[in-house]
Design a protein around this ligand. Structure first.
Ligand SMILES: [Zn+2]
Length: 352
């Protein structure tokens, strides 16, 4: 299913590009600017089973995107500057904000040199448990369990099941099945418990992902020292906030800000909701973020920015630079707003 979905998205992007429709639609759906979402930036890896490849782009692609944005005359701005433009209605020039979620070490190693060289401001949303080495990158633990085994035994909805995953295509299918089943469990705790059990049984060290992939506080301090960098909050434990009690959701957002302030001496004024889709962040979370005084908060709901987003600053859409679609012509389509408008059924996105 995931492959089919990718094929459909790719052909939609291709036809929007080659038909020229993205050009025609841009004045209608292009908005005033947009926020790009990135996770990993690192050289490509040869593994055939990479179910999380959508979360990584190559340094070369990032470089190409920056050159494209510059050649289109788009302003590359910080979150504070985006906030100013939205609240003051300063839409004389189109703008793009670059944001990186989670705080991966490759942001420092691969993305930062490219962005520093090009003098591009960017934001990094830090999940503090990752820097504290206590976080759980559960989607990678699931990937490792499936990658290293030919069969996986698991109790799903009360039934003991054994899944065959000897081939790459079986691994891909199983990852999608289990990932979405886990995402659909009613509570975050239940999901974490299943992943803990799986990781323990198949001897995958969940804690190691933090140490191997995420920046330490020292590395974050190095990044934060660059005036181009905005450090934002991304909760403590990276939960799907909408599945928590209101008190727990509030505390995740508030506490991560205090931990970052204590560690880096900068108080985050911007927030990114973990996972960030409708099942993870909704009106309740948008309200809490506003009450906590965050200037802006971003979702992963796809879309460009319109003037009306000035009234919904804690519910901003973003556009992901998806590792499965690393072509500059796709980025042109995404910048036009036409792809996200189509995916949203051409409904007015200000009402998202
Ligand atoms: Zn995240």
């Amino acid at each position: 299913m995931a492959r089919l979905r990718q094929t459909i998205i790719r052909s939609a992007l291709e036809s929007l590009y080659f038909s020229g429709a993205h050009h025609m639609l841009k004045p209608l759906v292009g908005g005033v600017g947009l926020i790009l979402t990135l996770h990993h930036v690192r050289p490509p890896r040869p593994d055939r089973f990479q179910p999380n490849r959508l979360l990584e782009v190559t340094p070369r692609f990032l470089h190409g995107v920056i050159e494209l944005l510059r050649s289109e005359g788009i302003d590359l701005v910080s979150l504070d500057e985006m906030h100013r433009r939205l609240t003051e209605g300063d839409f004389a020039r189109r703008f793009v904000c670059l944001t990186f979620d989670d705080g991966y070490r490759d942001t420092l190693k691969w993305a930062h040199p490219i962005l520093r060289e090009a003098e591009v401001p960017f934001a990094v949303y830090v999940a503090t448990s990752f820097a504290d080495r206590l976080g759980e990158l559960w989607w990678l633990a699931l990937e490792a369990v499936i990658a290293h085994n030919e069969r996986v035994a698991l109790t799903v909805d009360g039934r003991d099941r054994i899944f065959d995953c000897a081939t790459v295509s079986a691994k891909r299918a199983l990852y999608q099945e289990l990932y979405w089943w886990l995402r659909g469990l009613p509570t975050e705790m239940e999901m974490r418990r299943v992943v803990h059990d799986l990781a323990a049984f198949y001897q995958v060290d969940i804690a190691a992902f933090c140490k191997d992939l995420c920046m330490s506080w020292e590395e974050l301090a190095e990044l934060a020292a660059d005036p181009l960098v905005t450090i934002g909050a991304h909760t403590v434990n990276h939960p799907m906030l909408a599945k928590l009690t209101p008190e727990a959701a509030r505390s995740e957002m508030d506490l991560s800000r205090s931990v970052i302030e204590a560690a880096l001496d900068v108080r985050p004024r911007h927030l990114s909701y973990p996972i960030g889709d409708r099942s993870s962040a909704g009106p309740r979370e948008f309200k809490i973020a506003a009450e906590l005084g965050f200037k802006t908060a971003v979702t992963t709901r796809p879309g460009v920015l319109f003037p009306g987003h000035a009234r919904r600053l804690t519910a901003l859409p973003r556009i992901s630079l998806n590792g499965e679609y690393q072509r500059l012509r796709y980025v042109r389509v995404l910048l036009s707003g036409s792809a996200t408008a189509m995916w949203n059924g051409f409904r007015p996105q200000e009402a998202a």
